[in-house]
Design a protein around this ligand. Structure first.
Ligand code: NAD
Ligand code: LMR
Length: 328
């Protein structure tokens, strides 16, 4: 009933005001594509983040249901659902961070580039909305092919006159999670104690794990390097094949995206020493966009770190050639 709706709305506003008065750090986060395989568990994980005071869930289908569900979790963030293009602007207005997992996923036999046509259009529309309604927000772009959707988003923002390369971040940390997990398995240690930088892009051979820079320091045999590199580069395909037509990685990606969003928010809050791998505008190689370690701060990716010393196996020339072939 209209009365009930009014009461709900004023109770949400009361909670928002109460948090603001308490001086609690409260960032406003929107998830675009929130009803999808990644979007739903990501909405749940972001709702659990104490740095988030407002969570907007936007999709072209089912977002009211996801919002109603997640809103019953007794954590601080106020949740609102937004459905369809006419509500995109309301979903985006005032946001500090926008996470985009909207778009179609792969089926077995497809490459990420096969998603380009449809996902490029979706990302373009969503980024036009961001440029208009929250031009200073940090953007975490998940939709594939990341190697191409990030440059497209950059072009949309340039056209709108709002482009800040530091605030546009392609989410590639799933490659790092996989690398940490598989390396830990080989070393027989806990994955939480492992840190593997993964650089380049987010597709096949453009994904380059720097196994020569693994922490804790260790050495691998040639067979282990071949096995690990191949498994990390094809981790996405491993999941696509195991799901046998029901989509690609969703739960591990939601976990990765929630971790990455938290790092971005801690950076926005001004925490020091926040470093993650991300696909960003870069001068580290001759390529315009490249994934490497970045330092996250109040302005987004404030520093893009150089790659450091590489082994013979981690040939930069080979990587640049593959990236050049695969970037659209
Ligand atoms: P999914 O089909 O389960 O969900 C996608 C959601 O996007 C759906 O709810 C759909 O309604 C929504 N959507 C479609 N068009 C939209 C629009 N115009 N505006 C808003 N929402 C829209 O797919 P998924 O498994 O969640 O994957 C989403 C994307 O993430 C895919 O492109 C996939 O390839 C990519 N992905 C990237 C990584 C990475 O490492 N960066 C990892 C996994 C998946
Ligand atoms: C992944 O790496 O899991 C994602 O990019 C999804 C895919 O299509 O592999």
């Amino acid at each position: 009933s209209p009365n009930l709706q009014k009461m709900e709305e004023s109770s949400l506003l009361r909670r928002e005001n109460c948090r603001a008065k308490g001086g609690a750090p409260g960032f406003k986060v929107a998830i675009l594509g929130a009803a999808g395989g990644i979007g739903q568990p990501l909405a749940m994980l972001v709702k659990m983040n104490p740095l988030v005071s407002v969570l907007h869930l936007y999709d072209v289908v089912n977002s009211p249901g996801v919002a109603a569900d997640v809103s019953h979790m007794d954590t601080g963030a106020v949740v609102r659902g937004f459905l369809g293009q006419p509500q995109l602007e309301s979903a985006l207005t005032g946001m500090d961070l926008v996470i985009i997992p909207a778009g179609v996923p792969r089926k077995p036999g497809m490459t990420r580039d096969d998603l380009f046509k449809i996902n490029a259009g979706i990302v373009r529309t969503l980024c036009e909305g961001i440029a208009k309604c929250c031009p200073h927000a940090i953007v975490n772009l998940i939709s594939n092919p990341v190697n191409s959707t990030v440059p497209i988003a950059a072009e949309v923002f340039k056209k709108a006159g709002t482009y800040d390369p530091k605030r546009l971040l392609g989410v590639t940390n799933l490659d790092v999670l996989r690398a940490n997990t598989f390396v830990a398995e080989v070393l027989g240690i806990d994955p939480r104690d492992v840190d593997v930088p993964v650089v380049g892009g987010h597709s096949g051979v453009t994904i380059l794990p720097l196994l020569s820079q693994v922490k804790p320091a260790c050495t691998f045999t040639a067979d282990e390097i071949n096995y690990l590199t191949d498994r990390i580069q094809n981790g996405g395909t491993e999941v696509v094949e195991a799901k046998a037509g029901a989509g690609s990685a969703t739960l591990s990606m939601a976990y990765g995206a929630a971790k990455f969003a938290d790092a971005c928010l801690r950076g926005l809050r001004g925490d020091a020493g926040i470093v993650e791998c991300s696909f960003v505008a870069s001068q580290v190689t001759e390529l315009p966009f490249f994934a490497s370690k970045v330092r996250l701060g109040r302005g987004g990716a404030e520093e893009v770190f150089p790659l450091g010393p590489l082994s013979e196996y981690e040939s930069l020339m080979d990587l640049i050639n593959s990236c050049n072939k695969l970037f659209c």
